[in-house]
Design a protein around this ligand. Structure first.
Ligand code: BTN
Length: 271
């Protein structure tokens, strides 16, 4: 763990309380994945706004079965247990709103130009700084709980060479170290504001905010890849989001398609 950057869960809880957020922090030095622990806690009845945080994950996971590199003490690895009153189809809007909130939290003390890659990544100069993973339990009508997983690369100076998207960290991007606890508090404050809007069903505002901060939302030439899903690989230009936050892409053949779960990359990346 990096000296001088302790997460200190008691201190974190106190700072959250001072920010008007009485969240419970469940802190571990090492977990396989904060998502797995959060699922166990949620099934056992843990209340909304229980925040599972680990210094290290031995099996951190991302979308499409990717792993999330989670070296001890170098990043933020956390999962927030939520119990939203919404139809499961609205969860994409929650993922997008979380991306906006993390971006705002990370930019609080720096001028870092972060882009939101639909649906769940924060990029600096095309490299991944943060990823979001929303998992849920319930049936098609009613949610039992949602697990909002957030990973942020903070102090890392190097990454494994085989990641699905090249990664960078705040330290590499800024040329200086950032403290993790203030970042966590800033992310929590930003997210709490968006979650209030979400609970008020103000989905349009949340989606508009995502689109305003994402170069991917409109006018970007992309390829949409299958990544284990049923979708075919195709190319086109992004044309905004639909009412649930799914990305619209006008294919080179002129057809308007809705991207449900495919992997979206700029044409220039895929060569
Ligand atoms: C992605 O980019 O595909 C999503 C990455 C999400 C990583 C975070 S780290 C904390 C939480 N626990 C996990 O195992 N994954 C998420």
């Amino acid at each position: 763990m990096q000296a001088g950057d302790p997460l200190d869960p008691q201190q974190l809880e106190a700072e959250l309380r001072r920010a008007g957020l009485p969240w419970a922090v469940d802190y571990s030095l090492q977990l396989d994945s904060t998502q797995s622990r959060a699922a166990l806690l949620a099934q056992a009845g843990a209340p909304e706004f229980t925040w599972v945080i680990a210094e290290e994950q031995t099996a951190g996971r991302g979308r499409h079965g990717n792993r999330w590199s989670s070296a001890p003490g170098e990043g933020i690895y956390c999962t927030l247990i939520l119990r939203p009153r919404c139809s499961p189809v609205r969860l994409l809007a929650l993922t997008l709103a979380a991306g906006v909130a993390v971006r705002e939290g990370l930019q609080r003390d720096s001028e870092l130009a972060l882009d939101l890659r639909w649906p769940n990544d924060l990029l600096f100069e095309g490299k991944k700084v943060s990823g979001i993973l929303l998992e849920s339990s319930g049936d098609t009508q009613k949610l039992q709980y949602a697990l909002l997983g957030i990973g942020v690369n903070v102090q890392q100076r190097q990454f494994p060479g085989d990641l699905a998207t090249p990664a960078t960290s705040l330290a590499l991007a800024l040329g200086r170290n950032m403290q993790r606890r203030p970042l966590l508090v800033a992310i929590a404050r930003s997210f709490a504001r968006r979650y209030r809007l979400f609970q008020q069903e103000r989905y349009g505002e949340l989606l508009a905010e995502f689109a305003a901060h994402s170069s991917y939302a409109r006018g970007l030439q992309v390829t949409v890849g299958a990544r284990g899903g049923p979708e075919q690989v195709y190319c086109g230009t992004t044309e905004g989001l639909d009412e649930n936050g799914f990305l619209l892409v006008r294919t080179t053949a002129g057809e308007l398609r809705t991207v449900v779960s495919g992997d979206v990359r700029p044409v220039r990346d895929t060569g």
